[in-house]
Design a protein. Structure first.
Length: 409
């Protein structure tokens, strides 16, 4: 084959439901409907462009026990691609393991009987009729990578480091199974990788990330090697290229295709259109925007008539998820009226808050080494004189960030 073309996406979390309401016309959560629209747009694009395969490395669901309608919504996606004769390669992430009872099959097993769908619950290489080779490695777990006794006498960080090393060995064995004479090769996996960006901050090397995350961290140099012409990663929701310039790098995080929280407000949401040449060169990647939900933070100036709050909304804000920041000294009545007025536009106000008091740098809090983020926040807020109600809201938002990024709370 002269060129292979693959669509890749990850972290769909179709039944997340965050900041959704019930659509009275369908009975479905509007967040579910948004994610289902995105899945349909990916399938439609893949069919229109006649790609060779669609690859999704994990976290299709929020957990390992999805509700029936969430399964059916994803079935619609897989059925569409299957009927079009497009190969789909799917492997699990960490969320498919959450709440999954011991001995139960992964929810992605539901799609195994569909034609052209390749369900990979373990590491392996799928070779398509065209010669395209797609290797997968799922979320690295202790139970799959460690033997009894391997953890004896080791601390939690040491165990995570051992799991990461076993995962690196596993990836190297996958590379040995690839035959570059047959056709292009790519790798799809689900894990944290050193040098990735979490939110808006670069966290540094895999050693730095290992201190931040209570999970294995795969070093970039284990992935940025031949025979992989492209590495499509899931798990980190910020879409990014690692270790490359522009769009020329080998290792990418697909990123989540929809917005779930206000940390996603300014992030572009997209999936990958990957072109792999048969000469072994690094693949070219195009980012295809998704119809993701829009999140808008709306700070209100002092003295604003609530009736004019809608004038501050961006154009095409119908259906947007809105966070209103009231001016200092505002009362709850203003917040309620602004919520009502904005709601009439079709936007959905999910938060009404007041700005935090000015930062006081005169009193510094020294945290002990190894303290967890939420523990540190609990120490910092009283020292800054933050009111109890504001502190509770701030901690709630911090907990959302902890959940989204996978940081140990």
């Amino acid at each position: 084959m002269s060129e292979a073309r693959v669509v890749a996406f990850s972290d769909l979390h179709i039944d997340g439901g965050r900041h959704g309401t019930t659509n009275p016309a369908t009975g479905l959560n509007t967040a579910w409907e948004s994610t289902a629209r995105i899945a349909k747009s990916i399938a439609d694009y893949a069919i229109e462009q006649e790609v060779d395969a669609v690859v999704t490395p994990g976290d299709l669901y929020l957990n390992g026990w999805p509700r029936p309608e969430a399964v059916e919504l994803l079935f619609d996606f897989f059925r569409t691609l299957s009927a079009a004769g497009i190969d789909v390669v799917v492997s699990p992430g960490n969320h498919e393991l959450i709440n999954l009872p011991r001995g139960h099959r992964s929810p992605i097993e539901h799609f195994r009987d569909l034609a052209h769908v390749h369900v990979m619950t373990g590491p392996g290489v799928v070779t398509l009729e065209s010669g395209l080779q797609i290797a997968t490695f799922p979320w690295p777990t202790r139970t799959s990578l460690l033997a009894p006794g391997d953890t004896d006498g080791k601390t939690a960080p040491e165990i995570d480091a051992l799991v990461a090393q076993r995962a690196v060995d596993q990836i190297a064995r996958l590379a040995e199974q690839v035959d570059v004479r047959r056709g292009p090769a790519m790798l799809a996996g689900h894990a944290t990788v050193g040098d990735c960006v979490i939110g808006s901050s670069k966290r540094g090397s895999e050693m730095d990330l290992a201190e931040l995350f209570a999970e294995p961290v795969i070093p970039l140099e284990a992935l940025d090697v031949d025979p992989w012409q492209h590495v499509a990663m899931g798990h980190i929701h910020t879409r990014q290229i690692i270790g490359g310039e522009g769009a020329s790098g080998r290792v990418w995080f697909c990123g989540s295709p929809d917005r779930d929280t206000f940390t996603d407000e300014r992030e572009a949401k997209a999936f990958s259109d990957i072109r792999l040449a048969d000469n072994g060169s690094i693949a070219s990647v195009a980012s295809i925007a998704t119809p993701a939900r829009r999140f808008v933070t709306l700070p209100l100036p002092e003295g604003l008539d609530p009736a004019y709050a809608v004038d501050l909304l961006p154009l095409e804000a119908d259906g947007a998820i809105v966070r209103v920041v009231l001016p200092p000294g505002s009362d709850d009545a203003l917040g309620a009226e602004v919520r009502r007025v904005i709601g009439l536009t079709g936007a959905h106000v999910v938060q009404v808050e007041r700005p935090l008091p000015p930062r006081n740098d005169s009193e510094r809090v020294v945290a002990e080494e190894g303290i967890r983020p939420l523990e540190g926040l609990d120490l910092w807020m009283p020292a800054q004189g933050i009111a109890d109600d504001d502190a509770a809201r701030l901690r709630e938002k911090a907990a959302v960030l902890v959940e989204e990024t996978g940081v140990a709370a």
